[in-house]
Structure formats: structure tokens, C-alpha cells
Design a protein around this ligand. Structure first.
Ligand code: AMP
Ligand code: MG
Length: 419
């Protein structure tokens, strides 16, 4: 690891100055605070990881009810019914789903009943309306029915004491339904991590502005906010911060209170205006690291009053790739997610892939199906300022540190950019 040494540093990076990608990722993960669970309304828990085991306190259903629209019957009344000699019985009433007094049925009568309505006391089965003559006067039945037909009994679905979901489980839409029916209206979960994003650079203007001479639009701020959201976090934009120490100091200091992580881009490399490391160093602790990767080599890792600060390089492609490699796993770890890595596939290289010696190369590729395998083809020019190369990509082809070239048709591991 390399401490920032100010201006006039040597530009050429030698192999022993480089920190392996996995070592830097471990350092990022090490700096993360232990996430604190919070109590949430059930409707806000979707996608979050539970911090408690949940056991049903109730039985579901709680009362016997009809599984079909039809007639509630006493089964002995229908014993003699056949298709040629139906049994006719009088309809004494109607029970609909909804609150109301319990009803009673005695032999020799039937009650019209709707799906979900409480089964009258004494009724033993529900005969679907479409198998009968229908109506609300005298109704004819063409076959006997066994006890329990089309009846939903208490506790069929859930019993008191039944385990529902365990701590560590990620809440799905169906889980929300399950917990709702069990009366679990609040749950303890790990909250989405709040990430403050700031874009540093005198040249930057917001997307809605027209850049003047020497200015460019801020790509990283909006892109990283979107990546944070896609990774399950909540982004807070601290906007564009000029290359002035006071402005950078203020932007970090003022935002720490509502951040689980501060993420900046730009000002991380060897330019004379690259002041992020010094400013973070004044506020807390910082290391600048040359990570053995391309793109994304210059990384800043710091901590201010217990909040991790990650500084990504300013080039949008470098920012994108290093977010994927370091920040996304960190955000998933903060959410208590079990798998923090993207899935990978083995593909054939659609064209020759190259990477510098001693560095892990991440080539932006389009992954396409080819027979029963995959082909990974680079998405055009791969310069770290070429944002179309990431916009077109659905994977990052990984060229290992000890490999400088993968020939066309050679095997390559591709990290998917989707889950
Ligand atoms: P820096 O890391 O500040 O030396 O920036 C490296 C390159 O990335 C320069 O060409 C910057 O203009 C560019 N850059 C820095 N920040 C951004 C940003 N937020 N959006 C787009 N390009 C940026
Ligand atoms: Mg800059």
C-alpha cells in the first residue's frame, strides 16, 4: 500500500508497488461497520435481509371456510344422488365472505355459500354451484360428496409456533404476503446502506447544463447513484465539488452524518489538483493504493469518524469498473447479503483480449449465446473515458494478472453485470 506523497511522484508503476485486487477488496470490506438492524413496516421490507427469526403466532385459516362458490351441505343428504335421479334440497340462506354471525345448517337443507365464507356449523362439504342445478329455491345434486370436499380447515396453512422465516433470509414479495397473513406487520431488517456520492472536478457541470470551454458533464455522479440504487443502497448526492480543499472538506464533513459510506470520484490520481487524499487524511485516515487492475488502478480508501470513504478514479469507465469490483460487494455486505459477488460464466473470447503485465484486466464485453456456450466480444474501444464501452456491456471479461493476452477463441471468465 502506498501513502500519498504529493506532487512530483514517479509516474511509472512497478509490479511491487501494486496491491492485488483481492487484497484491496478485503481492505474495503474490513473497513465496513457492522450493520445495525432496524424495525420496519412490512411494506418497506421487500428485498431486505431479516435480522430476526419469525414464528407464526396464529393459525391460518382461523375458521373453516368454503374453497368454492356453491352449496354447503350435510353429506348424508346427498348419499342417494345420481345423475339420473338427483336429490333436491331447499336452500335456507346465503353466506358470503365477510364479517357476520356464525350460521348453522341442519340435515335436509343446504346453504348457498361463497368462496372464503365461514362454513355454517353442521355443514360438512361444499358442492360447487356448476355441478348442481343452481338457484336459490330447490337445488338438485347429481352425486354424493365425501366429508371435507372444498372445505378449508383451520390451521391448514399455518399453525401457531410454526417457523416462517429465519434471520439472514431476504424478503421476497411472497414473504410479504406470508407475513401479512400471519399478522406480522413490523419486521427487523438490515436497512439499505446510505451512500453519499460526490463528484470532484473543476471541469464538471450537471447533465442539464451546457458545458462551457474545457467543461464536461458529470457522468459519475448520476451513474454511481444509479449503481448504488441497483445494488440495494440509497444514494444521497452531494453534487459537484470543485477542486478546492475547503470545498472537498466541507462536502465530506457535512455529509458524514447521514452516510454509511462516502463515495467520491475524481481527484484520485497524480494530477496537481488531485487533493482528495490530503483532505481525507486531514479529516481522518487515508491510504492511496495502486491496485493491480486496469482500468481502475488509483484507489483511495479512508475512514472519517468511523465512516468509510472510498475514492474512485474520475474516468467514468474506471469509476464503473472499480464500483463493480469494490463498492458493490461492500454494499451487499452491509445489507447482510450472503452472496456478495456477481455470477460468472466461462466464455470464448470473440476477439483477442489483452491486459497489461501484472494487472488484472477488465474488458467490457457483450456476452452472447453460441450453441451451448457463450462468446464474449469487446464493446468497441476500451479507453477508460469511453463510456459507450460500459453502456453496451453486459459483462466484464477478466484477464488474469499473469496473462497478457487471451487469443480469439480462448477461454475467459466473464463477470456478469446482471444478477
Ligand atoms: P481525475 O481522477 O480527477 O484526474 O479525472 C480523470 C478523468 O476523468 C479526467 O478526464 C476527468 O475530466 C474525468 N472525470 C472526472 N470526474 C468525472 C465525472 N464525474 N464525470 C465524467 N468525467 C469525469
Ligand atoms: Mg480531477
Amino acid at each position: 500500500m502506498t501513502r500519498f506523497v504529493g506532487h512530483g511522484r514517479q509516474e511509472v508503476t512497478t509490479a511491487d508497488e501494486l496491491t492485488p485486487v483481492d487484497e484491496h477488496l478485503a481492505a474495503v470490506l474490513d473497513l465496513l461497520p457492522t450493520p445495525e438492524p432496524i424495525g420496519l413496516r412490512l411494506s418497506d421490507a421487500l428485498g431486505l435481509v431479516l435480522a430476526e427469526d419469525i414464528v407464526s403466532e396464529v393459525r391460518v385459516p382461523d375458521f373453516a371456510n368454503a374453497a368454492m362458490d356453491g352449496y354447503a351441505v350435510v353429506v348424508s343428504d346427498l348419499e342417494a344422488a345420481t345423475s339420473t335421479v338427483p336429490v333436491g334440497l331447499p336452500v335456507v340462506g346465503e353466506v358470503a365472505a365477510g364479517p357476520g354471525r356464525a350460521t348453522t345448517l341442519t340435515a335436509g337443507r343446504v346453504a348457498r355459500i361463497m368462496t372464503g365464507a365461514p362454513l355454517p356449523e353442521g355443514a360438512e362439504a361444499v358442492v360447487p354451484v356448476e355441478t348442481t342445478s343452481g338457484g336459490s329455491g330447490q337445488v338438485y345434486f347429481h352425486a354424493p360428496v365425501p366429508v371435507g370436499t372444498n372445505v378449508r380447515y383451520p390451521g391448514e396453512d399455518l399453525q401457531p409456533g410454526q417457523p416462517l422465516l429465519s434471520a439472514g433470509h431476504r424478503v421476497s414479495p411472497a414473504d410479504v404476503g406470508l407475513l401479512a397473513v400471519a399478522g406480522v406487520a413490523r419486521v427487523r431488517c438490515l436497512p439499505p446502506p446510505r451512500v453519499v456520492v460526490l463528484s470532484s472536478g473543476d471541469e464538471l457541470v450537471p447533465a442539464e447544463d451546457i458545458p462551457g470551454p474545457g467543461q464536461i458533464r458529470d457522468a459519475n455522479g448520476p451513474m454511481l447513484a444509479a449503481m448504488i440504487r441497483a445494488a440495494g443502497g440509497v444514494p444521497f448526492s452531494a453534487g459537484i465539488v470543485p477542486d478546492e480543499p475547503d470545498a472537498v472538506r466541507w462536502a465530506i464533513d457535512a455529509n458524514l452524518g447521514h452516510a454509511d459510506l462516502v463515495l467520491s470520484t475524481g481527484g484520485a490520481s497524480a494530477g496537481t489538483r488531485d487533493l482528495l487524499p490530503d483532505v481525507i487524511g486531514e479529516l481522518g485516515e487515508v491510504r492511496t493504493v495502486k491496485v493491480a487492475m486496469k482500468p481502475g488502478m488509483p484507489q483511495i480508501l479512508g475512514s472519517v469518524r468511523g465512516t468509510p470513504v472510498i475514492g474512485l478514479p474520475g474516468n467514468p469507465v474506471s469509476a464503473f469498473v472499480s464500483f463493480e469490483v469494490f463498492v458493490r460487494p461492500a454494499l451487499r455486505r452491509l445489507q447482510g447479503r450472503r452472496g456478495i459477488d456477481r455470477p460468472t460464466v466461462t466464455a470464448r473470447a470473440g476477439t483477442r483480449l489483452s491486459a497489461p503485465r501484472h494487472k488484472r484486466g477488465y474488458t467490457r464485453v457483450r456476452l452472447e449465446r453460441d450453441g451451448d456456450g457463450w462468446v464474449a466480444t469487446p464493446t468497441g474501444p476500451q479507453g477508460s473515458h469511453v463510456i459507450t464501452s460500459i453502456a453496451l456491456a453486459n459483462g466484464l471479461a477478466v484477464v488474469p494478472e499473469d496473462v497478457m493476452e487471451i487469443p480469439e477463441g480462448g477461454e475467459v471468465t466473464v463477470r456478469l453485470l446482471v444478477d
